[in-house]
Design a protein around this ligand. Structure first.
Ligand code: SAM
Length: 274
């Protein structure tokens, strides 16, 4: 038995036949010390409703419950995991709700209206960015969640928190920087997972800004897509289809600059001028 009175995760995996499937981005965290560290990175969970994407055999789910989450709502696509998760439901009566389905088709806002929601997940790498962009562009704003604590490949984590001038700075950093304060909490080596992925992972913690600069997310997406789509070109060239030199002059930005030198504020000004 583990300290939470449930069987060790390796036993859970064997008993329920949960051989990891690559197509579902399954790299499981089996060390409850590490899942505890992720849960702690999410801040104070007492009284919070946690939305978890992809609980798998439930390692992180167990840590979230053990660290005091009032309720966990977990969305899992893999039917094989449901019986393993049912054991956790039994151990924590009334505190774990499992939704069998595709996170990309889930209306997260409606899951826990009026409650303090924290999103915590070891995301499947193949849909992690898409889910994050969905949560960052949520409307209305401030969003339905108080924080997001998410595991990504380290390279993706760097793209989320990147500052202007860095090679990782791009559309994701502008979007995340516009609407949140984002930081990397810690790294997790590949060997922490079963099976180990090819690269290091990192946990990113994002807190929504209550009053981000006013801007339409779709306009910001359009400008950053054009600018970073041709990141080596000067802006007067890459933004040609959106107004080029005239647009840049309107907001006082030198057309010979390149996308990665612009601050989030400058991108917002450009988006608002389109
Ligand atoms: N939380 C577990 C852990 O930390 O050990 C598993 C994490 S594993 C990286 C990703 C999980 O997301 C898997 O359980 C996988 O089945 C699930 N998953 C993959 N695609 C999904 C989708 N579209 N919707 C919901 N869950 C999905």
């Amino acid at each position: 038995m583990s300290s939470d009175g449930l069987p060790p995760l390796r036993d859970v995996i064997t008993r329920h036949g949960l051989m990891a499937k690559k197509s579902l981005g399954q790299n499981f965290l089996l060390d409850l010390n590490l899942t505890g560290k992720v849960a702690r990175a999410a801040g104070n969970l007492e009284g919070a409703t946690v939305i978890e994407v992809g609980p798998g055999p439930g390692g992180l789910t167990r840590a979230l419950l053990a660290h005091g989450a009032r309720r966990v709502i977990a969305v899992e696509r893999d039917e094989r995991c449901l019986t393993a998760l049912a054991e956790i439901q039994e151990r924590y009566p009334g505190r774990l709700e499992v939704l069998h389905g595709d996170a990309l088709k889930t209306d997260f806002r409606s899951l826990a209206e009026g409650e303090t929601v924290r999103i915590v997940a070891n995301l499947p790498y193949n849909i992690g960015t898409e889910l994050l962009v969905g949560w960052l562009t949520a409307e209305p704003w401030p969003p339905f969640y108080a924080s997001m604590t998410l595991m990504f490949q380290r390279e993706v984590a760097e793209r989320i928190v990147a500052a202007p001038g860095s090679g990782s700075y791009g559309r994701l950093a502008v979007l995340a920087g516009w609407r949140t304060q984002a930081r990397i909490a810690f790294d997790l080596p590949a060997q922490a997972f079963t099976p180990p992925p090819k690269v290091t992972s990192a946990v990113v913690h994002l807190i929504p800004r209550l009053e981000p600069l006013p801007c339409e997310a779709s306009k910001l997406a359009r400008v950053t897509q054009a600018a970073f789509g041709q990141r080596r070109k000067m802006l007067r060239q890459s933004l040609k289809s959106l107004g080029g030199e005239a647009l840049l002059e309107k907001v006082g930005i030198d057309g010979t600059r390149r996308a990665e030198t612009l601050s989030v504020e400058e991108f917002v000004a450009l988006a608002n001028a389109t």
